[in-house]
Design a protein around this ligand. Structure first.
Ligand SMILES: [Zn+2]
Ligand SMILES: [Zn+2]
Length: 253
């Protein structure tokens, strides 16, 4: 029997080909509902959303997960140490995601280095592009459920000193970044000014036409009919007022 089923020369009709019984009863997993804890514990549900009065900064600070410590080396000196204070009490999620060796205490002590930035902040303050920020190799980042709405895209969080390092390299130091920032602000203002000037011009033009029309209305002038223009083969002529451009038809007898 097994032999016959695999034999293509038998040419069974397609509707007799059925999936093996053991596969028809599989469990359907909804992968969108399974949380990937990436080796850490999930935060309480109420820390994934912005609760009453919580600022984005406060939310960012709560996005701390306890990541299980990797196995210790036999020789304690071989374990990674905090870059700031040499302690072994590393933040393992930072180590895993950012390759950054810092302890919890130093992380909060030096927010100018170790605070987290959102994608929008990276884009607007450091002028990084979406493709750069999506690239995990180039710009490592944590992902967290969006605190504003669960149906939104995941929030991507970046380590501040890494973002600065990258942006300074990209723009030629802090001064380069500042210059580019100012250039863009000026460009935006110029564009806005130009748009405003255009609008003003349009408005003036419209006002001029309106006043002109109004003046004609008020004047109630006697039309000053120009020469007649006869239509070919017709006993009708058209005359145009030389002042207001009104046209009349005249029947020629
Ligand atoms: Zn430290
Ligand atoms: Zn007229």
């Amino acid at each position: 029997m097994e032999q016959n089923l695999r034999d293509a020369s038998k040419k069974r009709p397609y509707d007799s080909i059925k999936p093996a019984k053991k596969f028809t009863n599989y469990i359907e997993y909804d992968f969108s509902k399974i949380k990937d804890s990436k080796g850490g514990f999930m935060p309480d549900d109420d820390t994934t959303q912005l609760s009453n009065g919580m600022t984005l900064e406060e939310w960012k600070q709560k996005q701390q997960r306890i990541v299980i410590e990797p196995q210790r080396a036999i020789n304690p000196d071989d374990n990674p140490k905090c870059f700031e204070c040499q302690s072994f009490d590393l933040d393992f999620e930072f180590f895993k995601v950012f390759g950054c060796t810092v302890c919890r205490a130093c992380k909060t002590k030096f927010p100018e280095k170790y605070s987290l930035l959102t994608k929008t902040e990276c884009r607007e303050d450091y002028l990084l592009t979406d493709p750069e920020l999506r690239d995990k190799e180039l710009m490592p980042h944590l992902e967290r459920p969006n605190p504003h709405k669960t149906t939104y895209n995941n929030m991507m969080l970046y380590l501040r000193y890494q973002v600065e390092e990258f942006a300074f390299k990209k723009w030629g130091g802090e001064e380069g970044l500042d210059k580019e920032f100012e250039r863009r602000v000026a460009l935006r203002k110029e564009k806005k000014d130009r748009k405003f000037a255009d609008k003003l011009k349009q408005m003036r033009k419209r006002t001029r036409t309106e006043t002109w029309n109004k003046r004609l209305d008020r004047a109630e002038h006697r039309h000053n009919w120009g020469p007649e223009a006869r239509l070919p083969n017709k006993s009708i002529a058209i005359r145009k007022c030389t002042e207001c451009a009104m046209e009349i038809e005249e029947i020629i007898f």
